[in-house]
Ligand binder design. Structure first.
Ligand code: HPA
Length: 268
């Protein structure tokens, strides 16, 4: 990712230490940056190309409007279900490391399993269960971090405390829960959701975990926030529909934007 980092740094004098990855339907946050540098993924050396709906596929570097906080934003991410390897899914994280990023805020759309979560709820991820059968660190040890990284505090407790405090200041309700990552792209069956509930999952989704593992490996702190775009299979009256998932993401994106805009300047 060295070449990619040089390519990007040759185009801006900004050197953000915080990065944000936007999930399905949450792309509106990109509008909170004033005059950002925008680089489409295909222009970035060694970067995969995103194919998922709701994912624009560009990197933005800019200053959060009304603040002095510089951020780098991935609008659109890579998923295992698109056929990428877990290492490719974590490309953005490896690029962030090369760019000097110290902490990353991962956002995603997820199905709610915990009965306390209504559609549209925002949930801070406190821990995860990786059921994707993949890991970005698979393969020969490249020496960029520990071979067997500790994952006890994969989602940085300090960053979570700041997120909770910010949400509370803004009067935004923020739950906290365990995210189960599945491969997709088919949604779960009701039996699979009962299983996930039994093993301790509050949320289910198809992203975030490979990025979190790679970030922990490289010493980048992780904060992750899910938007509950639907009740998980069998828990609601409706069938699951990807268009509905995007729509709910967009509906909540105003609240999400307020939370992120207040939160990012506090992260340092
Ligand atoms: N399951 C898996 N991934 C998801 C869901 C879901 O119900 N909703 C949004 N992403």
């Amino acid at each position: 990712m060295q070449e990619a980092a040089h390519f990007i740094q040759s185009q801006t004098s900004l050197r953000p230490t915080t990065a944000v990855v936007l999930g399905s339907g949450l792309g509106a946050f990109a509008g909170a940056l004033s005059n950002p540098l925008r680089i489409p993924y295909p222009a970035i050396p060694d970067f995969p190309v995103s194919t998922a709906i709701g994912h624009a596929g560009e990197l933005l570097i800019g200053t959060l409007a009304g603040t002095l906080t510089d951020v780098i934003v991935m609008s659109g991410r890579f998923h295992l279900y698109e056929g990428y390897t877990a290492r490719q899914v974590a490309s953005g994280i490896r690029l962030f490391r090369e760019l000097g990023v110290r902490r990353v805020v991962l956002t995603n759309a997820a199905g709610g399993i915990n009965p306390q979560y209504a559609t549209g709820a925002l949930v801070l991820i406190s821990d995860h269960i990786n059921l994707q059968g993949a890991n970005p660190l698979l393969g020969p040890d490249d020496g960029s971090g520990p071979r067997f990284p500790d994952m006890t505090e994969a989602y940085a407790p300090g960053l979570r405390a700041i997120a909770r405090a910010t949400a509370s200041e803004l009067g935004i309700s923020l739950h906290e829960g365990v995210y189960a990552a599945v491969l997709g792209p088919s949604y779960e069956t009701p039996a699979e959701i009962r299983y996930l509930k039994t093993i301790g999952a509050d949320l289910v989704g198809m992203s975030t975990v490979a990025e979190t593992i790679a970030a922990n490996h490289l010493g980048i702190e992780v904060l992750a926030i899910s938007c509950v775009t639907n009740l998980a299979a069998g828990l609601g009256a409706e069938k699951l529909d990807a268009a509905e998932v995007l729509e709910v993401g967009r509906r909540v994106s105003g609240t999400f934007l307020r939370l992120l805009s207040a939160l990012l300047p506090k992260l340092r």
